[in-house]
Design a protein around this ligand. Sequence first.
Ligand SMILES: Cc1cc2nc3c(=O)[nH]c(=O)nc-3n(C[C@H](O)[C@H](O)[C@H](O)COP(=O)(O)O)c2cc1C
Length: 541
Amino acid sequence: MTDAKTRGYNDMQDHLAALDAAGLLTRIDAPINKDSELSPLVRWQFRGGIPEAERKAFLFTNVTGGDGRVFDIPVTVGALAGNAEIYSVGMGVPVAEIGNCWSNAIANPIAPVVVEDPPCQEIVYEGADLTSGKGLDALPVPVSTPGYDSAPYLTATACVTSDPDTGIQNLGTYRGGLKAPDRIGLKLFMNLGQGGTAHWEKYRTRGEAMPIAMVIGCPPPVAYAAPQKLAKDVDELGVAGGIAGAPIRVAKARTSDLFVPADAEIVIEGLLDPEYFEPEGPFGESHGHINLEEFNFILTVTAITRRSNAVFTSIISQVTPSESSVIKRVAYEPLFLNHLTGHLGVRGVKRVAMHEPLTNLRKVLVIQFDRSVARTEIWRALYGAMSFQAPVGKYLIAVNEDIDPDNLDAVFWSMSYRANLAEDCELMRHRPLGHGPKSGADEDATLLIDATLKADMAPVALPKREYMEHAKELWEQLGLPPLKPEAPWHGYELGDWSAEWDTLADRAAAGDWISNGERSHQQRRTGVEPNTDIRNVGDDG
Ligand SMILES: Cc1cc2nc3c(=O)[nH]c(=O)nc-3n(C[C@H](O)[C@H](O)[C@H](O)COP(=O)(O)O)c2cc1C
């Protein structure tokens, strides 16, 4: 028997307890139908005007099926990444430290350690067991998009595969639609550089079926490493160890030579056919559209192993924001920042933000820069971010530090007044289509926009900070409705301002506008056109 202390990290059940203790878990004991009710219920959390910070993980303890079946395995949704705070509990660091935690783990992986008698194999079903009510049909796998999806889908997977030449393992989150008690339709993208795809290509060349293990309910560091996009041939289990600060315990699978996370809740072992494919989908995708039926991979199950008290984990994906986009956002943003500042050595990059609602992160990237940075560095970052990952970067926009990259209103403000599209915009052709609904096009393009300041600009037209702060106190004393300050909520300077204008403004705020009027009277003149900046006129008038 192991616990979090001896292991050095939480398993999924410790994680649920930690979420509960932090007030981040909603437990539903009422009977809920996994095929028609469960996903729509959790969906309201993402489409019902609930702010990200108030989202919770759900634990359903009384799960039924569309056919009347009652399941003895509870289902949790949103427990990995319902919001950034839930994710930070799983990472074991505050939200602000998630980026650093990823960088350290990637730089300092800790190799897994092999153990015997793993919890994930407390119960083992193999051979004839799999078709006698103990196969996939015994698992409470939800239908994600009732009304469109053709099957219950495994979504919170860490799929283990191995390179047949090197033995290096890969983890990836790939979806699996149930087809029979011992058969899954698996989607591996062929154009996103998936590790599992590269391994399967090698098995296909050999004419052999590829061993695969779909692991569900992993310890959170493992669950987070699976959808992370790491360099080719980096074993995500080592990086997960880097996050946990301890080696991840692994055990040999029952029916293959793969090593699976020993502390997982459920493991589905199987073989991917090298030659035959069958229709898979329709299934709701994270680009916000239904992925229509395609020929995809056939996984024949060879064993299902699990804990005796297993909990089933599902991820809510489809239209973003969703758990699927949060899990990627918090992991991918630091990866891009590291690439630009670390690998490329671009100076002055402050943040990389991926736009999440509806667009799903990969299409719109905003890069925030220090004001002092040279224009050539800004363009190095734009070109670098554009080519880092094939599916990422359709629109890339550079902004200054005062623009909140998560606020598209502010980004459009910057694009509107700080970019001259004839000078500050490049269209780059021939980008791969990446992740998106099929549209008939063969390829896409990238639009790069430098929306940073090219010259000093007049101040932001809001009262100076001290006036706004004083007014906030007044507002509160007057008992007016509570405020949630939205940046920008006070004026600030962008370089084009003078001490003399400060004097005029101070006088006006002190009620002495008459003195300002006398000053302008003294400067009265002829020989200028209306709207002429006073600095463009000499003293000759
Ligand atoms: C909830 C979720 C579902 C995903 N489903 C799939 C999928 O079905 N197929 C796929 O190829 N990638 C899918 N992805 C994306 C991959 O997990 C991601 O690209 C990851 O980097 C793959 O790991 P790899 O590069 O080690 O193969 C999904 C990601 C998430 C978060």
